[in-house]
Design a binder for this molecule. Structure first.
Ligand SMILES: [Fe+2]
Ligand SMILES: [Fe+2]
Length: 196
């Protein structure tokens, strides 16, 4: 698969300049992180490029396309169909872009919620999506620098801060994100949520 041709096809698929610019930044940052952590850079770049193929699909389309493919949909996904763009995106990467690399497909699948099992490539793409230079929040640059030095440390920090964000707003935490938090040794914020 030629990268330039993939990039053109992604641009056509996404048909929104803003979203295309995001995936290009994610692809670049994922490649940088990959080089820093001994992950094959091309796999990170391609996963970054393809991670948001279904991001702009409305909820009904996400639910319908997942159902058509016989994909199971859990209660959290039913309540917040936007998160399905990650799992559906992996299917589109396979069907429309011919990606057969299970590691790349896994990274696309886990880029939004993370999961109990996170390979270095999964973590690279998850962090690149959350910390690419177009993201606008206070600790971004600091966390991006941490991600270049310490993949697990950055995963812990980013997961902890997104869980704190969700808790502050009284929002539900996906079972996959909870499992990822446990995998990285985060327990405190989740336990606070349990009723006394
Ligand atoms: Fe996404
Ligand atoms: Fe994204």
């Amino acid at each position: 698969m030629r990268f330039a041709r993939t990039a053109r096809a992604v641009r056509e698929h996404l048909s929104q300049r803003h979203r295309y610019a995001h995936v290009v930044r994610v692809a670049r940052f994922a490649e940088l992180l990959a080089r820093a952590h001994g992950v094959e850079p091309f796999r990170a770049r391609i996963a970054g490029m393809l991670h948001d193929l279904a991001r702009l699909y409305p909820a009904e389309r996400l639910l319908r396309e997942c159902a058509e493919r016989g994909m199971p949909i859990d209660a959290f996904e039913r309540a917040q169909p936007v998160v399905l763009h990650a799992r559906l995106g992996a299917e589109l990467a396979r069907e429309e872009f011919g990606v057969e690399d299970e590691g790349v497909l896994s990274a696309i699948r886990k880029h939004t919620l993370a999961d109990a099992v996170m390979s270095p490539l999964d973590a690279v793409v998850y962090l690149a999506d959350g910390l690419e230079p177009g993201r606008d929040f206070a600790d971004r640059a600091e966390l991006a620098a941490l991600a270049l030095r310490d993949l697990d440390g950055a995963m812990r920090a980013v997961l902890a801060s997104s869980i704190a964000y969700l808790l502050e707003r009284g929002l539900e935490i996906s079972p996959h994100t909870q499992a990822a938090a446990r995998r990285y040794g985060i327990t405190a914020p989740l336990e606070e949520r349990r009723p006394a």
